[in-house]
Design a protein around this ligand. Structure first.
Ligand code: SF4
Length: 352
């Protein structure tokens, strides 16, 4: 197994590339750790990062750990949407610290830039993150190191402090200059890193967090696809395709314990019903879900005949006959303002 001098929190964003490249340029052997969950991560880019930047990257799945953190309400709260950035950083640093010994590495690199983000990169927050993750002695932030107190790695001479950067603030000029100096010519786009900062995604995730006593990471993979419908009474949840490729994704994500709904004789969406563990859906709830599915098929809606819906679970198929205009209680999930208000209520109830 290869050994390294340092492990780097490597999101694939410009800051993580620069922090890692800077240390490599100083002669350190660095392994990037790319954390993935249903909310963030691009594991398909590992080969590209190695090829383009010469950075070896290992993928670390923190999906369930992250979901558990969200479901318990993150101790440092959420940002502007459903992003628990401070606790996210703490979680990743803790995990990186656990991995140091296995890789023979002695310190961790993070591409945080002082003052770049309002929630997680203020000076006080950087301290909280470092202390709560218990990485005070092993964490180096090379991009802002000149503005931060020296770390043990700098004090011992392991890392040359005089060659580290002093970037701060939201501007990107310093990063572009450093990229040029390091020969980084492919600059990744800034946007689109984390779904937890997107309102539309937050609307999808919120009901799962509030409804399931112990949500599982794969529920959020399902919620990333198509439209999300919840039954007003009882809270049954259907993830339904909007287009062909959603249907294919849903079929791939479905697990034996899920209900898979497919129209037998009409084109239309597929849907996956995700029951709460130990709570099978009743016949009435299954029929409502089938009617809901049929109502989204224009051809099924025009049919005067009953519409057959195949329902598969645990490898067994059955057919439920419904009409596309049968009443059902499935509705779209909350709007963003409703979601935000509910999030605030949750926070208040915990504080009280
Ligand atoms: S934006 Fe997402 S991935 Fe980044 S720190 Fe915040 S929660 Fe974590």
């Amino acid at each position: 197994m290869n050994t390294y001098d340092a492990l780097s929190l490597f999101s694939g964003g410009l800051d993580s590339i620069l922090a890692t490249k800077l240390m490599i340029a100083h002669g350190h052997k660095v392994l990037g750790l790319h954390f993935v969950s249903p909310f963030f991560g691009k594991p398909e880019k590992v080969a590209f990062w190695q090829r383009e930047y010469g950075i070896p990257v290992e993928v670390i799945d923190v999906g369930q750990e992250f979901v558990d953190l969200m479901a318990a309400f993150p101790p440092h709260g959420f940002g502007k949407v459903l992003n628990p950035c401070v606790d996210c950083k703490i979680l990743m640093l803790r995990r990186a610290k656990e991995l140091l010994a296995a890789h023979g590495a002695s310190f961790i690199i993070s591409g945080e830039v002082l003052g770049q983000r309002p929630m997680s990169q203020r000076a006080d927050t950087l301290n909280i993150i470092r202390n709560d993750a218990d990485v005070r002695d092993v964490l180096l932030r090379p991009l802002s190191a000149g503005l931060l107190p020296p770390t043990p790695m700098e004090e011992s001479g392991l890392v040359d402090r005089s060659r580290l950067s002093s970037l701060c603030g939201r501007g990107r000029k310093g990063q572009y200059a450093l990229a040029k100096a390091l020969g980084v010519t492919t600059i990744p786009t800034q946007a689109g890193g984390c779904r937890l900062g997107e309102r539309e995604s937050a609307r999808r995730y919120w009901p799962i967090l509030r409804h399931f006593p112990r949500p599982l990471a794969h529920y959020f993979d399902l919620a990333n696809v198509g439209r999300q419908l919840w039954r007003r009474e009882g809270g049954q949840w259907l993830s339904m395709g909007r287009e062909h490729k959603d249907n294919e994704k849903l079929l791939k994500l479905a697990r034996p314990e899920h209900y898979v709904f497919v129209l037998k004789s009409f084109p239309g969406p597929h849907a996956v019903g995700c029951p709460e563990p130990g709570k099978d859906w009743t016949e009435g709830e299954l029929a409502e879900a089938a009617a809901c599915l049929a109502s989204y098929s224009p051809k099924a809606r025009k049919s005067a005949e009953a519409v057959e819906v195949i329902v598969t679970r645990n490898g067994m198929d059955r057919v439920i006959a419904v009409h596309a205009d049968d009443p059902h209680g499935f509705v779209d999930n909350l709007t963003w303002p409703e979601t935000r208000a509910a999030q605030k209520e949750w926070e208040k109830s915990l504080a009280g």
